[in-house]
Design a protein around this ligand. Structure first.
Ligand code: ADP
Length: 257
């Protein structure tokens, strides 16, 4: 349901997500950021990390790290990533499983770029159930043409990974990272032909998951992320999340971690 509207139902689980029940047991919150490449998942993740003090788990970043290190995983996936194709479900499922088992995920985590296929979605539901985590899905809805113009203006710092955009987030000095002075570069998979392939993959394999979430999750927030600036989109996400999880609970309890 695009257009900033919300489809939400409060869950009646004994351990509320993000807040302590009488027993003192807190259910970790899994925030799943869902949306096409360029919809702003990475940017919204950063805001959520700062607000909730829970880690962001970006499968794209984890995979790029392997490529950067040139380890066996990196060597095995480099060609697929460069072409804008998805890497295998087995690999990302394993990476996410290992990551969410770390102690810093005890109170919750933000999944950015996962799940992307039906097999990943099913595995994720199993992983979350095993971890005792309650999920909230945030769908960032953005128009196709806006996506193309956003991604083609994107530049990344090869040293610290900060993303800039010629229009919406220019660096102070053109072509130079504000944080470490490195020369900004176009990410290999942000070249236009690759972007089109990534969007095609998204349409084919990932967008249909929204039906899966509608059927399996009673907490799905759909936010129009086309028109407003990222901070305004975040304010809306915050309000919607508080509505779903319980006013005042999020942020305060997560921050106690
Ligand atoms: P974007 O969301 O802008 O496409 P990401 O950094 O999330 O950027 O992903 C970049 C690339 O990493 C994808 O095109 C794909 O090759 C790979 N990738 C990331 N997450 C997954 C995933 N969950 N399953 C398979 N491949 C993935």
């Amino acid at each position: 349901m695009p257009g900033g509207k919300t489809a939400t139902k409060l869950e009646s689980a004994a351990a509320p997500v993000g807040g302590p029940p009488a027993s003192g047991i807190v259910k970790p919150i899994a925030i799943i950021l869902f949306g096409s490449p360029g919809s702003g998942k990475g940017t919204q993740s950063k805001y959520l990390v700062e607000w909730l003090k829970i880690p962001q788990i970006s499968t794209g970043d984890m995979l790029r790290e392997h490529i950067h290190r040139g380890d066996p995983i990196g060597l095995a996936i480099a060609d697929r990533m460069r072409a804008g194709s998805l890497v295998s479900d087995e690999l990302v499922n394993q990476l996410v499983f290992e990551r969410i088992s770390q102690p810093d995920c005890n109170r919750g985590f933000i999944l950015d770029g996962y799940p992307r296929t039906p097999a990943q979605a099913e595995e994720m539901m199993r992983l979350l159930a095993a971890r005792g985590a309650g999920e909230v899905v945030i769908h960032l809805v953005v128009d196709y043409n806006i996506i193309i113009s956003r991604i083609s203006g994107r530049r990344a710092c090869p040293v610290c990974g900060t993303l800039y955009n010629a229009v919406s987030r220019p660096p102070k000095v053109e072509g130079i990272c504000d944080l470490d002075g490195a020369a900004l570069a176009i990410r290999d998979d942000d070249r236009e032909e690759v972007v089109r392939e990534r969007l095609a993959q998204y349409e084919r394999q990932t967008r249909p998951l929204i039906e899966f979430f509608r059927a399996t999750s009673d907490r799905l927030i759909e936010v129009d992320a086309s028109r407003e600036k990222p901070d305004a989109v975040f304010e809306r996400i915050k309000r919607e999340l508080q509505g779903v999880v319980g006013q005042g609970r999020l942020g305060r309890d997560q921050a106690r971690a």
